[in-house]
Design a protein around this ligand. Structure first.
Ligand SMILES: NC(=O)c1ccc[n+]([C@@H]2O[C@H](COP(=O)([O-])OP(=O)(O)OC[C@H]3O[C@@H](n4cnc5c(N)ncnc54)[C@H](OP(=O)(O)O)[C@@H]3O)[C@@H](O)[C@H]2O)c1
Length: 251
């Protein structure tokens, strides 16, 4: 991979970095010269990868371990960033869960669990990140929504509501924070090859892929490249938007 140093020296925090889309964002950010605070839940799971990416891309990747639903956990991570960098240029709210359920089977627990990770944690993280960014009068926040949030999907009433909320909270945050030169955008990936698809049967997956205009499933890298663009100054005049990364999928 070649680098254009699009994020040289920017201090960034990315959630859900241990696999899937988050790991691809972590690698692309490191490659573009960002200092990355890479978050994951399982203590130690990013230690090796952080060393490897720091060495390969001549930057700093620093693991921070917390569950995004745990207030004490993420507050400690923000405190560490304050002590070590005293600034934060980019926040990526990537961590998310997909739990499917037909309307008749939706439980209180399912709603609470999905909204805790996909929505409430995103608002909390924006609240803490914006403290740095308001002081700096600059920043870029990127929230990972989904094509299911823009279009809806049978069997996904709760997940689609959570990802729809990500889009509307992105617009509100963009409006509130614009006066401080803080941009807030969302991306809406289509079908991307990660563990999140493990629950889909091969038949359902094949049927969904057959509806993708570009004729292939997306890669985490496809998504990470758009996140790099939104994190960088190349997108300096873009805020409050939701960018589809779906290869023209018809859901
Ligand atoms: N793949 C797709 O087709 C697709 C399409 C549209 C949108 N998205 C969205 O893209 C984002 C990344 O998904 P992915 O496909 O990369 O999924 P994935 O491979 O299942 O990864 C999900 C990531 O979120 C983390 N996570 C989940 N709950 C967490 C919690 N409570 N605290 C901290 N981290 C937590 C996971 O950590 P653990 O390993 O500890 O569980 C993991 O790092 C999600 O927001 C998802 O909704 C994905």
């Amino acid at each position: 991979m070649s680098s254009s140093n699009l994020l040289k020296g920017k201090v960034t925090l990315v959630t859900g970095c241990n696999r899937g889309i988050g790991k691809a964002i972590l690698e692309r950010f490191a490659q573009e010269g960002a200092i990355v605070y890479a978050s994951a839940r399982e203590e130690g799971c990013l230690d090796e990868c952080a060393k490897e990416f720091s060495n390969n891309y001549n930057t700093l990747v620093i693991p921070v371990y917390f569950d995004v639903t745990d207030g004490n956990g993420f507050k400690k991570a923000f405190a560490k960033i304050k002590t070590e960098q005293n600034r934060l240029d980019v926040l990526v709210n990537n961590a998310g869960i997909m739990q499917d359920s037909l309307i008749g089977m939706v439980s209180e627990k399912l709603m609470t669990d999905v909204f805790a990770v996909n929505v409430f944690s995103v608002i909390n993280m924006i609240q803490y990140a914006s403290k740095f960014m308001v002081k700096q009068k600059s920043g870029s926040i990127i929230n990972v929504s989904s094509i299911i949030g823009t279009n809806g999907h049978s069997g996904q009433i709760v997940y689609s509501a959570s990802k729809g909320a990500v889009i509307s909270l992105t617009k509100s945050a963009a409006k509130e924070l614009a006066k401080n030169n803080i941009r807030v955008n969302a991306i809406a990936p289509g079908i991307i090859k990660t563990d999140i698809l493990n629950g889909l049967s091969p038949e359902v997956l094949a049927e969904r892929v057959s509806k993708i205009g570009l004729g292939r499933i997306g890669t985490p890298r496809d998504v990470a490249d758009v996140v790099v663009f939104l994190a960088s100054d190349l997108s300096a005049y873009i805020t409050g938007q939701t960018i589809g990364v779906d290869g023209a999928a018809l859901m």
